[in-house]
Design a protein around this ligand. Sequence first.
Ligand SMILES: Cc1cc2nc3c(=O)[nH]c(=O)nc-3n(C[C@H](O)[C@H](O)[C@H](O)COP(=O)(O)OP(=O)(O)OC[C@H]3O[C@@H](n4cnc5c(N)ncnc54)[C@H](O)[C@@H]3O)c2cc1C
Length: 431
Amino acid sequence: MILINKDIHNKNYFTKISSMNFEYSEKQKKFIKQVDKVCKVLRANEEIAYLKESVNDKLIPEFNKIGMLGCPISKQYKGLGYDILTYILALQRIGEEGSAMRTFFSCHTSIGQLVLQTWSNDEQKKKYLPDTTSGKSIMAFALTEPEAGSDPSVLDTHYEDNGEYYLISGKKHWIGNGTFAKTITTYAKEKGGDTKSISSFIIDMNLPNIKKKEIRNKMGLLTVKNAIIEFDKCKIPKENLLGLKGQGLSIAFSALIDGRLSVAAGAIGVMEDCLNESLAYAKNRCQHGSALAKKQLIQQYLAKMEVSIESAKWLTYRAAIAKQQLNDYIEDLKRNDDKWIFNLSRKNKKYVDLRRKSDKLAAIAKYYATNMSFDVANMSVQIFGSEGYKKTSRVAKHFLDSRATLIYEGTNEVLELKIASEILGYNYRAY
Ligand SMILES: Cc1cc2nc3c(=O)[nH]c(=O)nc-3n(C[C@H](O)[C@H](O)[C@H](O)COP(=O)(O)OP(=O)(O)OC[C@H]3O[C@@H](n4cnc5c(N)ncnc54)[C@H](O)[C@@H]3O)c2cc1C
């Protein structure tokens, strides 16, 4: 599936758009088939693990067999080297198995590995990426703090430069994969410094002075482990600064573009599974003398689900292509300019334009797909009636899990404000 030619903004726009191709390529079909096979193998384990609220311990080894743990990571670092759209299509399929399974990949890959692939230097990539693509090291992204949620610029975690090391202290919470991730990126400001000093660091989680604690009693996402992570003067080697000092928020917000895309893709999978479950149930279940599927009010639910799926797909695929255009531009910069990292800044108009476009489209896709997936899951529970109220039903699991997707990777309220500020202009920014 290659929807839009890279030259969409050039003058040949209309001739190019007539050649849009909405079909999966043969390579994509083959890969999604492999992902589908693994999903089917994992289904029973995921259901058991969900009820036990434990990690599905087959997930990493099974997905590792097809290379999914490094799907969009360059072959140079032992990934599969797939483009963002193909990765998104895989997440869409994984989303059918539940948002928990998909969230694992969002944390490991979208806001984990892809941050390193984009922002780290060659030595850091060589040191960290191959172990993550083979599953030896799982990744996580630690930005949120108890007092810094929607507004990470007020984060309190701080670093001191002691000459030899950075000493990091502070508390992060809700970190997905945080109980077992071996490599994470985190964000801290210079002690006594302001927002402009916020920087990003790669952390080896086996270092001393790091405490982890699981967050329990969650509403859903029961096979994902979220953690509180505390750093107490943790010694971070100088070479583990990611990007430039002061680039932290820019790195975090760029990670969230990939994060939002992954959540939108998973939400499509959730809706597809809810629709399939609902279709089968509605055709089988008879009340008032005929199948539920014959009732017009039930058909209205089914039609709304289908419309939501189709709409969310094209928003998400379009946003994935915009992100790929941004990635391609960054990779070109890297090839041609040793000082590329300085060019990923507000001073570079082309970079800013591509980034703003992909940021806006990913926000729209995440906002729409997650709102709709929660509504769709709710409708499917309604179609199932009391059967849908059992935690063992797939639709109940989707309903409980999809609630989180309206909160994480940018709450849907903040995304509305972001979309509005993109169309109104920065002076109208309301957040
Ligand atoms: C299951 C789960 C997994 C998560 N995983 C991670 C992770 O892996 N890594 C990580 O760093 N974080 C993670 N988070 C944290 C998540 O990103 C934050 O919860 C989110 O950013 C919102 O922050 P908050 O919870 O502090 O809510 P708050 O920021 O306190 O917001 C509360 C409410 O106020 C609204 N609000 C806030 N500001 C405005 C405004 N200006 N205008 C209008 N409304 C506003 C919000 O939309 C929300 O409805 C996770 C959270 C959850 C629930």
